[in-house]
Design a protein around this ligand. Structure first.
Ligand code: ZN
Length: 449
């Protein structure tokens, strides 16, 4: 055995508990070795090594680092502790400009990162930052926030890995084909994609069912259908199609906010018309964000084109009654088809959309369990392992990064979360499980006292 530059075989050995690797055979092991931020050995091979540092699990469970595949970190950091669905009463909700100066923007991101580390989150997708929001109300989504990301990235201040989507319209609002064309031609800043991967674009196709702004096939109770938010000299549908084709044609990942079945159907039609090379870009698969009213047929077609869904079961729980004021009962009953998505094998990530709701993934997984039980599914160990994968390996697949993160296998980065109990055990609510430690790139970024 050759010894490393520090006189040890490994920088770090983690041992003495259960380690869910989420490798292709879902192996569970008892030890893991790290060198240079990478996993180098597992099990007895890892324990046989000498290490500079050893972390004793003391019977706890380690899982791959949690990846929230749709989380507005800048906005979360600027608003914290105020969530839209949380303890903050309406009159105390932050309003207007939240961040104006470079220091405020840095503080927002760094605050979010320390909060995420406490929750065991090691990666996330920042879904939508760009020039369309330069005059935005909050200051959280404009070009200056992208600059702050780049500054902190170059200063190596990150404790979370970030996938970032650019935005050429307004957040939760309209975009024009002109702005989109101009934006997509602007250069993408050079970054180390292991820490800040700028993979593609976010497009807002429609609104949300509770506001009757999701674009739907059959009318709402008031007779309306919602509409597309894409604008231009051409019809909204044509503007939307051109935006998706433009981005996909440049090898970029396209994430479309689509909640209504009409919007999803238009997105699918474009995806199905792409040539195979741009249908599945190297930067990560195209995907629907939200997908509230996706039909079973659409879910199957999404799987066939290799696209995915980033869903928010906790928002579903919070807005279910509200949506009931707009949708006929039988359509409300079919909304948020997370059980169908998970059963179909389409790429599905369980995400928070924080600060809409808490960034605590354990609460989101408990809300997913509720949706699965409503669909009369038995949430056994196998299904809980699928849920765990939806916030780790499947999120890495959405990032186009499953070759180097998302599971605990030799050669992959040492991003992991140490939990007090085994999250696969069906007897336990996810939210009752404490986070003891968070490790990113082999380095502890959070340790509970
Ligand atoms: Zn969002």
């Amino acid at each position: 055995m050759t010894h490393g530059i520090h006189g040890h075989d490994a920088d770090l050995i983690i041992r003495g508990g259960r380690i869910h690797t989420l490798d292709p055979s879902d192996s569970v092991t008892h030890a893991l070795a790290v060198r240079g931020g990478r996993i180098t050995a597992l099990g007895d091979d890892a324990e046989a090594l000498s290490a500079r540092e050893t972390i004793e699990l003391d019977g706890r469970t380690a899982v791959p680092g949690i990846n929230d595949a749709h989380l507005h970190a800048a906005w979360l950091g600027a608003r914290w502790p105020h969530l839209f669905f949380g303890d903050t009463p309406p009159e105390q909700q932050p309003a207007g400009r939240l961040v104006s100066t470079p220091d405020e923007r840095r503080a927002a991101l760094r605050g979010a990162w320390s909060l995420l580390a406490e929750l065991g989150i090691t990666s996330y997708t920042e879904p939508g930052i760009g020039p369309g929001e330069d005059d935005g109300e909050t200051g959280c989504f404009g070009t200056t926030m992208l600059d702050t990301y780049l500054d902190l990235h170059r200063e190596r201040m990150q404790t979370s890995r970030v996938t970032l989507l650019r935005l050429f319209g307004t957040i939760d609002g309209e975009s024009t084909l002109d702005d989109f064309e101009r934006g997509i031609r602007s250069s993408v800043p050079t970054t180390d994609p292991r820490w800040l991967a700028i993979t593609g674009v976010k497009i807002f196709a429609d609104g949300i069912p509770p506001m009757a702004t999701a674009w739907v096939q059959d009318p709402y109770l008031d007779g309306s259908h919602g509409e597309l938010l894409t604008r231009g000299a051409v019809e909204p549908v044509e503007a939307f199609r051109r935006m998706v084709r433009l981005a996909a044609g440049r090898g970029l990942q396209v994430a479309v906010h689509a909640t209504g079945d009409r919007s999803i159907s238009e997105f699918l039609a474009v995806l199905e018309s792409l040539d195979p090379a741009t249908a599945t870009p190297a930067t990560g698969p195209h995907y629907v964000v939200h997908g509230d009213l996706a039909t079973g047929e659409q879910i199957a077609r999404m799987r066939r084109v290799g696209a995915g869904f980033a869903v928010q079961p906790l928002i579903a729980g919070h807005t279910h009654e509200w949506a009931g004021a707009q949708l006929p009962a039988e359509r409300l009953a079919r909304a948020w088809p997370v059980a169908d998505m998970l059963a179909s094998g389409v790429l599905t990530t369980i995400t928070s959309d924080a600060p809409i709701v808490t960034p605590d993934w354990r609460t989101s997984l408990d809300a997913t369990v509720d949706l699965l039980r409503d669909a009369e599914q038995v949430v056994d160990r196998g299904l809980r392992r699928i849920l765990l994968r939806s916030v780790t390996l499947d999120a890495a697949r959405q990032d186009g990064a499953e070759t180097w993160k998302g599971s605990l296998e030799p050669g992959k980065v040492a991003d992991l979360t140490v939990l007090d109990e085994d999250p696969v055990d069906p007897a336990r609510a996810f939210s009752s499980i404490g986070v003891a430690r968070t490790v990113v790139d082999g380095r502890t970024v959070f340790r509970r006292d």
